[in-house]
Ligand binder design. Structure first.
Ligand SMILES: [Zn+2]
Length: 256
């Protein structure tokens, strides 16, 4: 096939490719394996490559179809060389091509807020965290999440989440239990408060919610390692059937 990159020149901003298939065909030419190209709106990963035994799978944000000839040449070189050096060159090309923020999915607001549970009140917990540490961002709101009739045994439980679109921390209602220590809830709220403070961090080509900087700040919380372990030990108990779950929890959880 004719090389569209040669035809369009170095500084062209016009669309080089008629379709993803057209671009994949060009990437495949000269390689031993066919290239499968998927365009995405992925919010975290801008571009990923998987080398399989019978093909090379490339997933990339759809905007890259408009990227410069230099980007496409660098991508092709990486697919051929598979070296760290070629990947670094590709990262530089990606960073030079600004991507618009991906569309956010419309989500239902969590209203009304219910920070006061049957056993634990989240408002004083958040207040203590706001008062005890220095923050550069305003305090988010906080609420218990909605009760669901059943937690499926196969799903993982997200004990807490920070929703940037609502500047809201939500804690899983399964933790509104007298046997869950206040310290654990404080740790969860602190973790989500850090998400509100730090956002996501870009390192190289990827975005991290739990970057090394995040983990370092998280470790400043008293007994952070203990509460991380505690969180892992809770998951199997909370995923067990509801009645069994509650009776399986130790009546007194020793302090760290
Ligand atoms: Zn997190």
């Amino acid at each position: 096939m004719a090389d569209p990159l040669q035809l369009d020149g170095e500084s062209s901003n016009s669309l080089l490719w008629r379709s993803a298939g057209h671009a994949a065909e060009w990437l495949t030419s000269g390689l031993n394996l066919p290239v499968e190209l998927r365009l995405t709106q992925n919010r975290v990963s801008r571009l990923s490559v998987r080398f399989k035994s019978n093909r090379i799978c490339v997933r990339m944000r759809e905007e890259f179809l408009h990227a410069t000839p230099a980007f496409w040449r660098t991508l092709k070189k990486f697919l051929a060389d598979r070296t760290r050096l070629a990947w670094s060159a590709l990262c530089r090309e990606m960073n030079a091509f600004p991507l618009p923020a991906p569309p956010t999915l419309p989500r239902k607001p969590f209203l009304p807020l219910q920070p006061k549970g049957d056993f634990h009140d989240l408002t004083p917990i958040l207040k203590e965290i706001n008062d005890s540490w220095s923050w550069t961002t305003p305090s988010p709101c906080i609420t218990w999440g909605p009760h669901r009739r059943k937690v499926r045994a196969t799903q993982t439980i997200h004990f807490a989440a920070y929703h940037a679109e609502f500047h809201l921390i939500r804690i899983h209602p399964i933790l509104d239990d007298p046997r869950i220590p206040n310290g654990f809830l404080s740790f969860l709220v602190f973790h989500e408060r850090l998400h509100a403070e730090l956002g996501r961090e870009q390192i190289g080509c990827r975005f991290f919610h739990h970057s090394p900087r995040f983990r370092m700040r998280e470790s400043e919380f008293p007994n952070a390692a203990h509460w991380r372990d505690f969180s892992r030990s809770l998951i199997p108990l909370l995923l067990a059937p509801r009645v069994e779950t509650r009776s399986s929890l130790p009546p007194h959880i020793p302090p760290p």
